[in-house]
Design a protein around this ligand. Structure first.
Ligand code: ATP
Ligand code: MG
Length: 455
C-alpha cells in the first residue's frame, strides 16, 4: 500500500527499547515506508518540531517525557498528522485516555508485525478518506458563490461583474465561449447566487438529445401520446419549476422545435405531448453556446426571433490564450486540488514545464489545462512535475520558425503558415472557425491556404 504513492510515507517511531525499535524499522522499511527512529522523549520532541512526518508511533512510557506529552504536541501543532500509541501492559485506562485525546489508535505490547501493519494501513486509509471529505466539503462550499471560478484578467473581471449583476434577476443569459472555457461553471454560479439556489438546476444538452425525443424531454408527455409512452412523464421544464433551466449548446436545438421553445419562453407555460392542459412554469433560463449564433441565423439554421429572445444579456468567456495572465492562477488552483486528491503532499513544477504550460496555446482551454495538470500530478515522480509528465503537444517544441539560416521574410512566412495550420487543426478543419480564431476573413484564409499549399 505504501509503495503506491511515489513519495514514501514517513513514520517517526519513538521507542526506548532498542530491539523493538530496530525491528519495527526493519519491517516497515520492507513495506515501503520511510522510517525515522528516536530513543527517548526529548529526541522525539526535537524530531517532531521539524514536522517532516506523516505518522508518529510512540511508546507511552519513555525517558524524559511521556507518550501523552508527545500526543498533545502532535495534536496541537500538527493536527492533520497521525499518532498511534504503544501501551506496555494493555492498560485499558491508558488506551482509552489516548483515544480520547485524539490518538488514532493504540497497540498493546507484545504485538506482531501484522498487527502493526494493519493499524498503520488503517490510519493512511482513514487519512485519504478524510482528504476526500475535505475536497467534497470545499466543492460544496464553492457552490455558494463563484469562488471556484479562477480568473484575474480584465476579461474575467467583466465576467464576474456580469454574473453578479444578473444573478438576482430573472433575465435570460446567454453564455458564449469556446469549448472548455467554463460556460457550465458560470451557469452554475448564476444559479447558486440567485434566490432560486435551493430549487432545481436542470441542464439540457441540446447537442445530445435525438431530435425525435426533444419535445417529450422538454415538455413531457401524457400516457399514450405516442407508441412507447406507457406512462405520463414530466418534462424538464416541469422539473425545473421554481428553479433554473440551462440549455447547453442552444445552437444545436432542431430548427423545427425553435418556435415551440419560443412559445414557452413567451407564455411561461407548457403543454405535455398528447395533452391539452396548459401547465404554468416559473423558470429562469440560461443558455450557452460554443457556436456563433449570429452566423447560424445568417445561415438560416437558427430563428432570428428566438435569437433576440435569448440574447438579452450576453456573457462572453474569452479563450484561455487571450487571457494568459489567468494561467498561473489556474495552474496553482488545479495543482492544489490534485495534490490533495492524489495524496501528494509536496508537488512542484519544474521551470521548463512551467514555461511550457505558460506558452502553450490551449485550444481546449481551461478543461485541457485541468486535464494536463491532473495527468502530470499522477505521473510525477519525487514531487516534481517535469516536461516529460506533460502531453507531447504541450511539452513539444513551439513553432519552429526561428532558425539560423532564415531571413526575416522566411521566418515570417513560416510562422504564418504554422499559425494557419494550427488554427485549422484546432478548429477541427472548419475554415469559418479557423478564420475567426485567427481574426481574418474567410476569404483571406482561403487565399493563404492556397498560397501556402496547406492540406
Ligand atoms: N475559470 C475557471 N476556473 C476554474 N476552473 C475552470 C474555469 N473555467 C473552466 N474550469 C474547469 O474546466 C472544465 C470545463 O469547464 P466547463 O465544463 O464549464 O466548460 P464549457 O465551456 O461548458 O465547455 P464545453 O463547451 O465543452 O461544454 C471544468 O472542469 C471546469 O471546472
Ligand atoms: Mg459545457
Amino acid at each position: 500500500m505504501a509503495e503506491k504513492s511515489a513519495i514514501k510515507r514517513h513514520i517517526l517511531i519513538i521507542e526506548d527499547e532498542p530491539s523493538l525499535r530496530l525491528g519495527m524499522k526493519h519491517f516497515l522499511s520492507t513495506q515501503g515506508y520511510r522510517v525515522s527512529l528516536c530513543a527517548d522523549g526529548a529526541e522525539g520532541m526535537e524530531a517532531i518540531k521539524k514536522g517532516d512526518f506523516d505518522l508518529v508511533i510512540t511508546d507511552i512510557r519513555l525517558p524524559h517525557c511521556s507518550g501523552f506529552e508527545i500526543l498533545d504536541i502532535v495534536k496541537n501543532q500538527y493536527p492533520d498528522k497521525g499518532i498511534i500509541l504503544i501501551t506496555a501492559y494493555a492498560d485499558v485506562k491508558d488506551a482509552v485516555q489516548a483515544i480520547k485525546k485524539g490518538a488514532f489508535d493504540y497497540i498493546a505490547k507484545p504485538f506482531s508485525n501484522e498487527e502493526l501493519l494493519i493499524t498503520i494501513e488503517r490510519f493512511f486509509k482513514f487519512q485519504s478518506l478524510e482528504n476526500e471529505v475535505t475536497l467534497l466539503r470545499e466543492t460544496l462550499k464553492n457552490k455558494e458563490g463563484f469562488a471556484d471560478i479562477i480568473g484575474v484578467s480584465p476579461e474575467m473581471k467583466l465576467v464576474f461583474d456580469r454574473i453578479t449583476s444578473v444573478a438576482k434577476t430573472d433575465v435570460p443569459v446567454l453564455i458564449e465561449g469556446e469549448s472548455g472555457t467554463g460556460k457550465e461553471l458560470v451557469a452554475n454560479a448564476i444559479h447558486n447566487l440567485s434566490s432560486r439556489k435551493d430549487k432545481p438546476f436542470v441542464k439540457i444538452n441540446c447537442a445530445a438529445i435525438p431530435e425525435h425525443l426533444f419535445e417529450s424531454e422538454l415538455f413531457g408527455h401524457e400516457r399514450g401520446a405516442f407508441t412507447g409512452a406507457t406512462e405520463t412523464r414530466k418534462g424538464k421544464f416541469e422539473y425545473a419549476n421554481g428553479g433554473t433551466i440551462f440549455f447547453d449548446e442552444i445552437g444545436d436545438i432542431p430548427l423545427v422545435l425553435q418556435p415551440k421553445l419560443l412559445r414557452v419562453i413567451e407564455d411561461h407555460a407548457i403543454t405535455r405531448l398528447g395533452g391539452n392542459a396548459t401547465i404554468a412554469v416559473d423558470v429562469r433560463i440560461i443558455y450557452a453556446t460554443s457556436k456563433n449564433l449570429k452566423e447560424l441565423v445568417k445561415e438560416g439554421r437558427f430563428r432570428e426571433e428566438l435569437f433576440y429572445r435569448i440574447n438579452v444579456v450576453p456573457i462572453q468567456l474569452p479563450p484561455l490564450r487571450k487571457r494568459v495572465e489567468d494561467i498561473p492562477y489556474l495552474i496553482d488552483h488545479f495543482l492544489k486540488y490534485y495534490m490533495k486528491k492524489y495524496d501528494k503532499p509536496e508537488l512542484r513544477i519544474s521551470q521548463e514545464a512551467y514555461q511550457a504550460l505558460l506558452s502553450y496555446h490551449w485550444p481546449g482551454n481551461v478543461r485541457e489545462l485541468k486535464h494536463a495538470i491532473e495527468r502530470a500530478a499522477v505521473l510525477s515522480k519525487d514531487g516534481v512535475i517535469t516536461l516529460s509528465d506533460l502531453p507531447e503537444e504541450i511539452s513539444g517544441p513551439g513553432i519552429p520558425c526561428i532558425s539560423e539560416g532564415y531571413t526575416l521574410e522566411e521566418s515570417l512566412r513560416c510562422f504564418e503558415r504554422e499559425m494557419i495550420r494550427r488554427a485549422l487543426k484546432d478548429a477541427g478543419g472548419k475554415k469559418t472557425e479557423a478564420a475567426r480564431r485567427l481574426g481574418i476573413s474567410r476569404k483571406v484564409l482561403w487565399k493563404k491556404i492556397k498560397d501556402y499549399e496547406i492540406e
